[in-house]
Design a protein around this ligand. Structure first.
Ligand code: 13P
Length: 287
């Protein structure tokens, strides 16, 4: 059964670790992440961007696939199915489709409008027992959004946190995708100021790919309880698949069978997810 992300994130704040949000793109991705979470007894959040939802033919398909797969694989760890960077309309669709969590990304609206729309969605989520993430300060790179790693205004973060969201994504110099060579790193000054104003609110670190381990650990010590990883699984999958094909394995016997062709990539995703869960400290925290 899918769960809201609230309880697992509140526990992460109290226990000083972070739960990984790993974005899914298809069946192989979903299976790899669920199997790894179960093996490591770690809670997990499956992230679905609007683009990935469309690719998988719609949010209803995604919710049905994830629920059925959890049952067939006997997944016992807490799993939240979460919309990543949702529009207002996308949030409504995921609520109807049976997701257990949404992110409303109102960062492109003036703060007053972000507040009004977030408030409305919070009320719906409360009623349905779903969790909701809000965003303050743009985090560049996701689905065509360009940004340079902005820092959020801590007072605006407090304003949104006080509305009653369950988790808050705030820009602290993080960017989606690969970090440029001249990236200046995370702004711990900003994170510290946000945490001081928002208290125990689980903070979300987007753009988890390529952030050095020491920065991840410091961010967790300053209240980050959810870390989003997408690109790193894509890179691992692509690399393993390329190696398989370059080695001519698809031409040996029935190596072209998708169950064989996609296997190295799926295993590479599992290895990446395992590495991240160990780094984030969520291993063994399923209970
Ligand atoms: P990366 O693609 O940089 O890992 O970021 C993922 C993310 O933040 C999804 O919201």
């Amino acid at each position: 059964m899918l769960v809201s992300a609230k309880e697992m994130l509140d526990k992460a704040v109290a226990g000083h670790y972070a739960v990984g949000q790993f974005n899914i793109n298809n069946l192989e991705w979903t299976k790899s992440i669920l199997l790894t979470a179960e093996e490591l007894k770690s809670p997990v959040i499956l992230g679905v961007s609007e683009g990935a939802g469309k690719y998988m033919t719609g949010f209803k398909t995604v919710a049905a696939m994830v629920k059925a797969m959890m049952e067939e694989l006997n997944i016992t760890v807490p799993v939240a199915l979460h919309l990543d960077h949702g529009t207002y309309e996308g949030c409504k669709k995921c609520i109807d489709a049976g997701f257990s969590s949404i992110m409303f990304d109102g960062s492109k609206y003036p703060i007053e409008e972000n507040v009004a729309k977030t408030k409305e969605l919070i009320a719906i989520c409360r009623e349905k027992g779903m969790s909701i993430e809000a965003e303050v300060g743009s985090i560049g790179g996701e689905d065509g959004v360009i940004g340079k790693g902005e820092c959020a205004d801590p007072n605006e973060c407090k304003m949104i946190a006080d509305l009653g969201v369950d988790m808050l994504a705030a820009g602290i110099g993080n960017i989606h995708g690969k970090y440029p060579a001249n990236w200046e790193g995370l702004s711990f000054e900003t994170l510290d100021a946000i945490q001081k104003l928002t208290g125990d609110m689980p903070l979300v670190l987007h753009g988890g790919t390529g952030i050095p381990e020491d920065m991840i650990k410091k961010a967790i010590s300053l209240g980050v309880a959810k870390i989003n990883v997408n690109t790193e699984c894509q890179l691992s999958f692509a690399d393993a698949t390329r190696k398989y094909i370059e080695a001519g394995k698809d031409l040996e016997g029935k190596g072209y069978d998708p169950r064989k062709l996609l296997k190295p990539g799926a295993e590479a995703i599992q290895a990446t997810v395992k590495e991240k869960m160990e780094l984030f400290g969520s291993v063994g925290k399923a209970e």
